[in-house]
Design a protein around this ligand. Structure first.
Ligand code: ATP
Ligand code: MG
Length: 560
């Protein structure tokens, strides 16, 4: 039984595609479609960013347009090349191609400065010596108009000179800012003379100490879009109220004007998705790093074994909406499971071993059995599996006192060992505490898989490994990182952390995995999907649990 989530694929054209097609019909951008993904390099990308990348790149692809990667690096204090490199890797891994169009807002610092000077010359910007507190105070409230700064009517000449002094480092941080001169009574707070430049005497990861003034996001973003000839500047809903400012700046400058379009950001339950909070999880040691497989970061999901195809499919199914919503994490897991079902080779691994000896099988004999690599993909062929007298099976595939319709092993019962023989459980050995420590079984020699002439039919098939041949490995199993659907609803989201999100155990895997490489993905038959971790080495294998065979959370819900 598959628990397919109810979310349906998007309608034929989503609302952004409708806008684009209208533009293409009216000729607004000459039929061009040019999108961009504009991350600030102040953290690693998460699944929400992945959604935005898939959307922007997908639109460029669909309309035979172009896609830019632009680093919005206007705040030197929080940004770093470590993040630039990680972002580049993640975007590429997701399958988005930007060719030679990798840009940086910092490439445009000269142009942005010139634009600010032009606004001053037009009487549309002024240097304000008010403190941040004073500016906030004068800003008013949504229901109360703001008041003009005492510096608002400085002359153009004075503003030009002061702004140049700002640039030259003549003023200390916080002593003044450059503000757009728009309308202190505007119902839109973003138009109440927003700050467009501030002093920051900080080293920038690309421009070094060349600048000590940096443009604000709202100022830099539209101008960067305009310089790059972006047609559709797609962003999340919270920027809707910034759009009048975006348009105002470009109109005042007389620059080419892209169309900003807002969509609802991706929210996932049981997940925290702001870089600020993800960074805290890393720096305060709640996870092992940005790429901890429990993290909703692109690198964390990748390390967990999620595929780019699955993430793209997830983004497609989520679609684009104009209204905020919360997507069930199980939809992402469903997409991963579906892709891995088609692509992941099947192997045998025993997670919780119980010793099983076949009394009538020759001692010290190894038989190599053919095993199918993936029934969903017959062209993936077969491999050879060693079989011998002593095996491990899964402890929970045996029950001493089974209920009715128990098709696995019990005293006197029979099962098929996957790819091998039918066996019967003859004897149960226990230790002093009564714990079952070994099963003694007999096998039916004529029941070999593929050439069974025994005439015996059994209901259950279980997996196993040969003790003499199996490799021990470390398994890292994961549960959700947060206990609550909405961790941010807590006073402190850290209170929602699931203390059992990581379980490490020792498991046994078939020897064909001896040379597995980091990132290889498998189905451990009857157990779920797993991948080889980057910590894995020959002789010291390490696997991550990727996703279960079924939606285990749906089962939990049914139980309640
Ligand atoms: P965060 O709030 O997680 O720190 P951000 O918006 O500050 O993210 P940016 O680097 O500025 O991060 O984002 C780059 C792009 O990714 C922006 O266009 C933004 O709209 C988009 N984006 C960020 N989070 C999401 C999300 N949850 N869903 C969809 N798009 C998102
Ligand atoms: Mg941001």
């Amino acid at each position: 039984m598959d628990h397919s989530p109810a979310t349906e694929p998007a309608p034929v054209l989503n609302f952004i595609e409708q806008i684009i097609e209208e533009h293409n019909l009216s000729g607004k951008y000459g039929g061009r479609v040019h999108t961009r993904f504009p991350p600030e390099p102040n953290g690693y990308l998460h699944i929400g960013h992945a959604k935005s990348i898939c959307l922007n790149y997908g639109l460029a692809e669909k309309y035979h347009g172009k896609f830019n990667l632009r680093f919005d690096d206007t705040n030197p204090v929080t940004e770093d090349t470590e993040y630039v490199d990680a972002i580049r890797e993640d975007v590429q891994w997701l399958g988005a191609r930007w060719d030679d169009r990798e840009f940086y807002a910092s490439n445009y610092f000269d142009q942005l400065y010139a634009a600010a000077v032009q606004l001053i010359k037009n009487g549309k910007a002024y240097v304000d010596d008010s403190t941040a507190e004073q500016i906030a105070e004068m800003k008013g409230t949504p229901t109360k108009a703001g008041i003009d700064s005492p510096y608002r009517n400085r002359s153009i000449a004075e503003n030009l000179s002061l702004f140049e002094q700002m640039k030259n480092g003549d003023f200390e941080e916080g002593t003044c800012t450059l503000r757009a001169r728009i309308d202190m009574a505007s119902p839109n707070m973003h138009l109440r003379d927003p700050i467009i430049y501030r002093i920051k005497k900080a080293h920038h990861h690309r421009t070094g100490d060349q600048w000590c003034i940096y443009p604000m996001y709202d100022f830099a973003h539209g101008i960067s879009d305009s310089i790059e000839g972006i047609t559709h500047s797609i962003c999340t809903l919270e920027f809707e109220v910034h759009r009048p400012l975006y348009d105002w700046i470009l109109a005042e400058l007389g620059n080419y004007q892209p169309q900003q379009i807002e969509f609802a950001r991706l929210n996932l339950n049981y997940t925290v998705m702001s870089k600020r909070y993800l960074k805290r999880l890393v720096t305060e040691g709640y996870v092992k790093g940005w790429d901890d497989p429990r993290m909703p970061t692109v690198c964390g999901l990748r390390r967990r074994g999620y595929t780019a195809e699955a993430i793209r499919e997830f983004a497609r199914r989520v679609g684009v909406a104009k209204r905020e919503n919360v997507i069930d994490l199980s939809l992402l897991e469903f997409c991963v499971r579906e892709h891995l079902n088609k692509t992941a080779p099947r192997v045998m691994a025993v997670l919780d071993p119980l010793l099983l000896t076949i009394s009538n099988y020759p001692e010290n004999h190894t038989e190599w059995l053919a095993a199918e690599n993936n029934p969903e993909s017959p062209e993936s062929g077969t491999r050879q599996l060693p079989f011998s007298q002593t095996l491990y099976i899964e402890r929970d595939d045996f029950m001493e006192n089974p209920p009715k319709k128990y098709f696995r092993l019990y005293p006197g019962g029979m099962v098929r060992l996957k790819n091998a023989y039918i066996i019967r459980c003859d004897e149960v050995l226990k230790d002093a505490s009564g714990k079952v420590i070994e099963l003694r079984c007999s096998y039916i020699p004529e029941s070999k898989s593929g050439e069974d002439t025994s005439g015996i039919s059994v209901k259950g098939t279980i997996h196993w490994v040969s003790v003499a041949h199996a490799l021990s490995a470390e398994l890292r199993a994961y549960d959700r990182l947060f206990k609550d659907e909405d961790p941010m609803a807590k006073d402190n989201f850290l209170d929602s952390l699931n203390p059992d999100s990581l379980t490490v155990s020792k498991i046994w895997v078939e020897p064909s995995l001896s040379n597995t490489q980091a990132g290889d993905r498998f189905q451990f038959i009857r157990k779920g999907y797993y991948c080889t971790d980057q910590d894995s080495q020959p002789g010291q294998l390490v696997f991550n649990q990727t996703v279960g065979l079924k939606d285990s959370w749906a089962k939990e819900t049914n139980k309640r």
